[in-house]
Ligand binder design. Structure first.
Ligand code: SAH
Length: 413
């Protein structure tokens, strides 16, 4: 496909919210940029402490899986990333931004993220809090600590609290404690939404938590390609079951979030296409994606990080395919590039999730090396994000921020 054909495809995508496999594959596998300085440069120059030159270390095929240079740390490689969108990306981002403007105006919704336990019974090959990682201090927050996080978050204007954890058997086998916590948060702040992200449970437990007042549930499917799912997870974990959980959550009445990782080992453009098609079938309210980032104590320690440029491209595609969706500019995006979340907003994202976990445990919820915002307190985190959102011409909306499903609900430009 040449540039004109690709631009035609983008127009079609924006008008019809769909595209044939061939068109999507052409976009997903088009070359990524790697030159110095980028559209981030002007912002970076105006921000003390931000460096303008980040050379993307590994553009090109998402399928490649080569060992990193000897001696290069994750952080050192990341600071070399320089990002300039290609003409294709510029066209995608401006189409995505226009669609998002027509649904949400300039609003960016905040979600206060509380990582309340890093115990996990699973052993995903990519994840830093996997069961087999013994070099990690495990923690589980008390209910009073979690309530305190919410209280502080509420005072900053947050109106959604996301309770995330590993698959902690303590909470998940007997969900009464978690239900009680959800109820307490909803009773104390009835104007807030509670989002859970605690992994795979059976239907009965999802129902109990919903009855306790939980509004939303985040469960990334990670990859919709069966063969790839097998390569990223040990035997005993099942993509079919994860998908079933997502459908059940939807049936129960939750606003559901799915999502995938970009650039974990051996992923191809076809695999990403499978993710987009699965999401079209599921029609989730929220879609969370981020680049794969390696963690030194996992089997994927030597795998290169996912591509920043490809993650932004996927975000823009998601905005065009799911105009109504709540799309976060994730922490992983902010970790791989100092302006990752800002660029994510410009590519179509409309949600940011400030970490409001107590400072004392932040360094222990390390899903990948180099995770940002682990040595800050809530207030600093909040002020920093607010400045970042404003820097791109968007505004923070101090509200629950539910998905805009019907044209009638759309924000007036
Ligand atoms: N236990 C919950 C929450 C998991 S952590 C659940 O099962 O849903 C939240 C997300 O972090 C995961 O869904 C995964 O997509 C992402 N993640 C984990 N390890 C990662 C890594 N190394 N790089 C990038 N993202 C990662």
């Amino acid at each position: 496909m040449n540039q004109t054909q690709i631009e035609q495809s983008i127009r079609q995508l924006a008008e019809t919210q769909n595209l044939a496999d061939e068109g999507l594959l052409a976009i997903l596998s088009a070359p990524l940029s790697e030159s110095e300085a980028g559209f981030s440069a002007s912002f970076a120059e105006s921000q003390p402490g931000f460096s303008a030159s980040f050379a993307e270390s590994r553009p090109g095929s998402p399928a490649s899986f080569t060992a990193p240079q000897p001696g290069s740390s994750a952080e050192a490689r990341r600071t070399r990333i320089s990002y300039t969108p290609t003409p294709l990306d510029k066209a995608l981002f401006s189409a995505a931004d226009a669609v998002r403007q027509s649904y949400y105006g300039k609003k960016v919704f905040l979600r206060g993220l509380i990582e309340f336990s890093n115990y996990c019974k699973n052993d995903c090959y990519y994840c830093g809090i996997r069961r087999s990682n013994q070099g990690l201090k495990r923690y589980r927050l008390e209910e009073t600590d979690i309530m305190e996080c919410c209280r502080t978050g509420y005072s900053y204007g947050l109106r959604t609290f996301v309770l995330q954890s590993g698959e902690d058997a303590h909470f998940n086998q007997d969900v009464r404690q978690l239900s009680q916590l959800v109820r307490r948060i909803k009773d104390t702040w009835p104007d807030c939404a509670v989002t859970l992200s605690v992994g795979e449970l059976d239907r009965e437990r999802y129902e109990m938590l919903y009855e306790a007042g939980a509004d939303r549930y985040l469960l990334r499917h990670e990859t919709a390609a069966e063969t790839l799912y097998r390569k990223w997870h040990p035997d005993g974990m099942s993509l079919a079951y994860r998908k079933q959980c997502l459908y059940e959550l939807k049936e129960i009445g939750y606003q559901v979030g799915a999502g995938f990782m970009v650039g974990a080992p051996e992923q191809t453009a076809e695999d990403l296409l499978a993710d987009l098609r699965f999401l079209q079938e599921l029609q989730p309210d929220m879609i969370g994606i981020g680049p794969f980032l390696h963690h030194r104590d996992t089997p994927f320690r030597d795998a290169p990080d996912g591509s920043f440029a490809l993650t932004l491209r996927c975000l823009a595609l998601l905005r065009l395919l799911f105009p109504y969706a709540l799309l976060p500019a994730t922490t992983a995006l902010g970790t791989i590039h100092p302006l990752g979340r800002e660029l994510g907003l410009s590519a179509g994202a409309n949600v940011i999730m400030p970490n409001i976990s107590p400072g004392s445990v932040r360094g222990q919820y390390l899903l990948y090396d180099g995770k940002i915002c682990t040595d800050e307190d809530g207030q600093h985190c909040h002020a920093c994000l607010e400045a970042r959102v404003r820097s791109r011409g968007y505004e923070i909306a101090c509200e629950r921020g539910d998905a805009v499903r019907s044209p009638r609900e759309r924000a007036m430009p």
